[in-house]
Design a protein around this ligand. Structure first.
Ligand SMILES: Nc1ncnc2c1ncn2[C@@H]1O[C@H](COP(=O)(O)OP(=O)(O)OP(=O)(O)O)[C@@H](O)[C@H]1O
Ligand SMILES: [Mg+2]
Length: 372
């Protein structure tokens, strides 16, 4: 295990720094081995990307897997998608000359220009995708190429709901057709916009209807996360009690990113034995550091929206935000206007309508709202 802070807040390092997800890892690997595509859904920052990287880490030890990861959040259209897929193929192959030549051949009609960022070493590709038909044929060519690689290809497409924003109308059926035709390519679709993804995969009229195994990623089990935290402190010759670890998990709602960030900051203190005062110190530090952002929300939101957010935060979870007692307690006005305001903050992804009720997605923001 390398020295340094064991609480990773960016990307994936190795299983040493990864807490649990054993069941999810086994389920995903089993799905891949049995040719089932998977759709991985969770709240933002719960650990979808981490889990994909974690299973890739396990599978890459086996030479019969060909693993490609693409994040399509920055893509705006089919052309961008083709670029990301091509970059994913190049990255997976560590830019072998033969692959570059193959890609140039497949992308040929789109006049590709491939270059490498001298600093990051990442590939960059320019394409001319003005002709839609050519773009469709190229996508087909890329899938065929993947299918004909005599290996088990796993293609993970992160932030998959992004394709719904593309201007091309047939993108879902186009992708579905390519996936159906090329049976050696196993897909992992991942994303956080639950409603969009559910309707894409569960609505009978949509091309992807029931074509994948749906996996919803929840918080990591509290006891398991607690042990992970205690052990990581111990491995760095530091000490934290079970009670304090439990308090941190409660304050961060066990939401992976927020747990990791909190523990990262706490571990960064010079203290060898963590006391309650240290935990409080980190909690206030985090909120203080974000005050500028939170105050900025105030300017970007209407008074009613901010007021409703505060009310929801103070309750932690609100089962019935249109109920009289909640509206009365926080003086929120007419139920109809609460509904409009609620819809607006859900659309902005500030509030999540979960199975247990409505809550603020950003845990630290929620804690700050509770404190004002
Ligand atoms: N099992 C885990 N153990 C420890 N840290 C984890 C684990 N899973 C994720 N993380 C960390 O938590 C943070 C959030 O995880 P990740 O980026 O994978 O979430 P995500 O669901 O993909 O988020 P987003 O929806 O924003 O893309 C990252 O810093 C990651 O390193
Ligand atoms: Mg992610």
């Amino acid at each position: 295990m390398k020295t340094g802070n064991p609480f990773i807040v960016l990307g994936y390092e190795s299983p040493d720094y990864f807490c649990d997800r054993q069941f999810e890892t086994d389920t995903l690997i089993s799905a891949i081995q049995n040719q089932r595509h998977v759709t991985l859904i969770s709240l933002r920052r719960m650990g979808k990307t981490g889990l994909i990287k974690h299973i890739f880490y396990q599978l890459q030890k086996r030479s019969d897997y060909y693993l490609i990861y693409i994040d399509i959040l920055p893509t705006m259209n089919l052309g961008d998608f083709i670029k990301e897929l091509s970059k994913g193929i190049l990255s997976a192959n560590k830019a072998k000359t033969s692959i570059i030549n193959t890609l140039i051949h497949i992308l040929g009609h789109l006049r590709p220009k491939i270059s490498w960022d001298p600093v990051t070493g990442h590939p960059a590709i320019e394409l001319d995708v003005s002709n839609h038909r050519e773009a469709e044929n190229t996508l087909e060519g890329l899938f065929e190429y993947l299918n004909n690689e005599h290996k088990n290809v796993v293609l993970a497409i992160d932030e998959f709901q992004q394709i719904l924003h593309y201007p091309e109308k047939n993108i879902e059926s186009l992708l579905r057709a390519n996936i159906q035709k090329n049976r050696h390519v196993q897909l992992i679709f991942s994303g956080s916009q639950r409603n969009l993804l559910f309707s894409m995969f569960q609505d009978q009229s949509r091309p992807f209807y029931q074509s994948t195994q749906i996996m919803v990623l929840d918080s990591i089990d509290t006891e398991t996360y607690k042990t992970f935290i205690i052990d990581k402190f111990k491995a760095g010759r530091k000490e934290i009690s079970g009670e304090l670890a439990a308090q941190i998990l409660e304050w961060t709602r066990g939401h992976t990113y927020y747990v990791q960030y909190f523990c990262n900051r706490l571990y960064g203190l010079s203290a060898k034995t963590i006391k309650m005062a240290h935990v409080q110190q980190i909690a206030s530090l985090i909120l203080d550091e974000n005050v500028i952002i939170y105050n900025n929300y105030r300017n970007l939101l209407t008074k009613q929206q901010f007021h409703l957010l505060t009310a929801i935060a103070k309750e932690d979870v609100v089962k019935m935000p249109m109920a009289k007692d909640f509206i009365f307690k926080y003086q929120l006005g007419a139920a109809s206007s609460v509904k409009t305001t609620l819809d607006a903050v859900i659309k902005k992804e500030l509030v999540i309508a979960g199975d247990c009720g409505y809550f603020i997605l950003d845990v630290f923001f929620a804690r700050w709202l509770q404190s004002i």
